[in-house]
Write a protein that binds this ligand. Structure first.
Ligand SMILES: [Ca+2]
Length: 280
C-alpha cells in the first residue's frame, strides 16, 4: 500500500479536510511518531521473535517527491512505483544519483501501488481501482491491464508467482500469465495476525514485508506464513520521515551482489543496509 497521502485508513480522500489532517497528526503523535498500527503484535511476539537492527552501508539520493509504493532491483537499476493521484508513476532510477532515467505517468484517476518485474514485464498495482498494469521493462510500453478484488498494496515475485499484499495479513499468489489467484498465505507472528503488510520483496526463500505505519520489516516463512524475524529500521526512519504518511516503504534486493536497499515515501535518501546477525 499504500498509504494514502495524508489520510487515515478508512478516510480515503486525496484532499482531506482539516479535521482528517488533525486526526492524522494526533494518531501519529499518539502512536509515537509512526510506530503504531501493529504495536500489539510486536509486543506479543517480543519474547519469541528476534528483533534485528540494521547498519547503513551506503546512502544514496532519492527523489523526495517520490511517494514510494514499490521498489525492485533489476540488472543494475532500481524500478520504482510512486503513488498519489496525479503523481503516480513507474520509473527507472540510477542508484548512485537517484536520477530518473525513464518514467511513465499514470492517469490522475489512479493511485499507483506495488511493483514487481518478472520475465521482462513490469507489473504494477493500483490502490482502490482493482486494476493492475503490465509494461514492457525496456520500452515502458503498456502491454495489458488485469483486474483483482480488494485493495492493491505491495507486489513481489518468488521466481514462479507474483505475490500481492492488500493491507490485511493475507498474501495472494498470482499466476504471472493468467494473473489468477492460485494460493493465499496468512501471516502470523505466533498466534497474532500481522496486518498492514505492504511493500514486498522475496529474498532467499523468505518474504520481506514492510508493515505499514511501523518502522519494521517482517521476514516471513513462505511455507507457514510465520514471521521469523523483525527488522527494526526505526533509526533510519527517524531521520527520513518528514510527515505522518512519509513512512518506510520500499525494499529491493540485488541477489548477485547481496545488496539490500530500503527507502520510504518522500524520503530524501535510499539506503543500502546490512541486517545484524545475517549475511546482509
Ligand atoms: Ca520490493
Amino acid at each position: 500500500m499504500s498509504s494514502k497521502p495524508r489520510t487515515i485508513r478508512g478516510f480515503a480522500s486525496t484532499k482531506p479536510g482539516a479535521l482528517a489532517l488533525s486526526l492524522t497528526i494526533c494518531l501519529w503523535v499518539f502512536s509515537g511518531g509512526g510506530v503504531g498500527g501493529s504495536t500489539d503484535v510486536f509486543q506479543a511476539s517480543e519474547q519469541s521473535i528476534p528483533l534485528l537492527h540494521v547498519k547503513i552501508l551506503k546512502t544514496y539520493p532519492h527523489d523526495p517527491h517520490a511517494f514510494t509504493q514499490g521498489l525492485e532491483y533489476v540488472d543494475g537499476f532500481l524500478y520504482e512505483s510512486t503513488g498519489e493521484r496525479g503523481q503516480s508513476s513507474v520509473r527507472k532510477v540510477e542508484i548512485e544519483t537517484g536520477k530518473v532515467l525513464q518514467k511513465t505517468e499514470l492517469s490522475s484517476e489512479y493511485f499507483a501501488e506495488g511493483l514487481t518485474i518478472f520475465e521482462g514485464k513490469i507489473f504494477q498495482l493500483t490502490w482502490l481501482s482493482n486494476v493492475g498494469f503490465v509494461y514492457d521493462v525496456r520500452s515502458f510500453r503498456k502491454l495489458r491491464e488485469f483486474h483483482y478484488y480488494g485493495e492493491g498494496w505491495g507486489l513481489a515475485h518468488d521466481g514462479s508467482h507474483l505475490i500481492l499484499s492488500d493491507g490485511t495479513n493475507r498474501l495472494r499468489y498470482l499466476d504471472p500469465k493468467t494473473l489468477e489467484v492460485v494460493r493465499t498465505l496468512e501471516v502470523y507472528a505466533g498466534k497474532e495476525a500481522v496486518t498492514n503488510l505492504n511493500e514486498l520483496e522475496f529474498i532467499e526463500n523468505e518474504i520481506y514485508a514492510n508493515v505499514w505505519h511501523s518502522n519494521r520489516i517482517a521476514r516471513i516463512d513462505p511455507a507457514s506464513g510465520q514471521v521469523r524475524a523483525w527488522i527494526d529500521c526505526s533509526a533510519i526512519a527517524a531521520q527520513e520521515q518528514k510527515e505522518p504518511e512519509g513512512v518506510l516503504n520500499g525494499i529491493a534486493n540485488d541477489p548477485a551482489r547481496h545488496r539490500l536497499f530500503i527507502t520510504g515515501k518522500d524520503w530524501a535518501h535510499l539506503f543500502e543496509i546490512q541486517v545484524e546477525d545475517s549475511a546482509r
